[in-house]
Design a protein around this ligand. Structure first.
Ligand code: PA5
Length: 323
């Protein structure tokens, strides 16, 4: 897994050359649904925060089997599944097609690509053979490409985006520091709204690669509940705060507040000019940190037996979905 993360720069450079296969039926859309789970679904969250301030039409993330009732022929549904066989995502894609939505997909293969080919819908095929979470830059760039087909532009400078993955020594250095800080802890990852996909991504990487528990808190909501929990920690060594830095008075407040309480805190600053680049660089740090933590903890980063167990349960239990 470490090797996969260390090859993100080269992987992203290849992804820049991906093309979207197939043509849109219509570009006349007035809402967007981004559907995906886990390591594929996080791409939906990233796109969501970028479009939050840019898009004039509503954008929703679906991480479920169910498709919103309002999906119609003017809705663009983008289904993202690295394996192409994730039942939640497949179900949303099939149901959206039933509802006459404009659908596009991003995948390395599986059933999703079969559906795209047989239904003639726009699709981008990414390189196969990786763990889904380790394919993040490819998935992200592939979705950017797919959405551009519909006139939804997420990035001004693709070279700058990819470029943040080139600072390998710096990224390794920060990841090693973080490994030291987070080992033997239950991390609480705190960010503002803009950076919540990075906080979530960090948690997911610690869960899946390092087999650790972690939680995410998002400011300003954090300041209306979780903030109080820090007043009397059960174990001051165990609970550690990882704050995702942004030039934002609310983040400054959170850092000062936690420091005053004597909480063990690491403030993570990421590289990049745009929000997207900063999230991508932070995700690179999260990936490497989680594989180093896996090593320290004596676990295999590439194995996710519990997820396999859940997916088997779904396959055995549900032969037909799409309600
Ligand atoms: O990172 C992982 O391995 C998981 O979180 C998967 O991404 C998740 O189970 C969904 O699978 P897929 O990405 O193939 O749709």
């Amino acid at each position: 897994m470490e090797a996969s993360y260390l090859s993100w720069y080269e992987m992203a450079l290849r992804a820049v050359n991906y093309s979207v296969l197939g043509l849109p039926r219509t570009k006349d859309i007035n809402k967007v649904v981004l559907a995906g789970m886990g390591g594929s679904g996080i791409v939906c969250d990233v796109i969501y925060v970028v479009l939050y301030e840019r898009s004039e039409i509503p954008v929703t993330v679906v991480k479920d089997f169910k498709t919103p009732r309002w999906v119609d022929s003017k809705t663009l549904v983008c289904g993202i599944s690295y394996s192409g066989n994730t039942l939640e995502t497949l179900n949303v894609v099939l149901r959206s097609l039933d509802l006459g939505a404009e659908v596009c997909v991003v995948s390395s293969g599986g059933r999703l690509v079969e559906i795209a080919k047989s239904r003639g819908i726009p699709h981008v095929i990414v390189e196969s053979g990786l763990q889904p979470r380790a394919a993040f830059p490819q998935l992200l760039i592939a979705v950017i490409k797919a959405l551009t087909t519909y006139g939804i532009n997420l990035v001004e400078d693709l070279d700058e985006l990819v470029g943040v993955l080139g600072f390998k020594d710096l990224t390794i250095g920060i990841s090693k520091e973080l490994t030291n800080f987070l080992k033997d802890s239950i991390p609480v990852i705190i960010s503002n709204f803009k950076f919540y996909p990075l906080a979530l991504r960090f948690k997911d990487e610690l869960n899946e690669n390092s087999k650790m528990m972690a939680k995410v808190e998002v400011i300003p909501e954090w300041a209306h509940n979780d903030i109080v929990g820090w007043e009397k920690l059960v174990n001051e060594e165990l609970i550690r705060a990882l704050v995702i830095w942004d030039d934002d008075p609310l983040i400054e407040f959170a850092v000062d507040y936690l420091r005053e309480l004597g909480v063990k805190i690491y403030v993570l600053k990421t590289l990049g000019n745009s929000l997207l680049s900063k999230i991508l660089h932070g995700s690179h740090i999260a990936g490497l940190t989680s594989t180093y933590l896996a090593e320290v903890r004596g676990v295999r980063a590439d194995e996710t037996r519990s997820i396999d167990k859940y997916k088997k349960f779904l396959r055995d239990r549900y032969t037909q979905l799409r309600t």
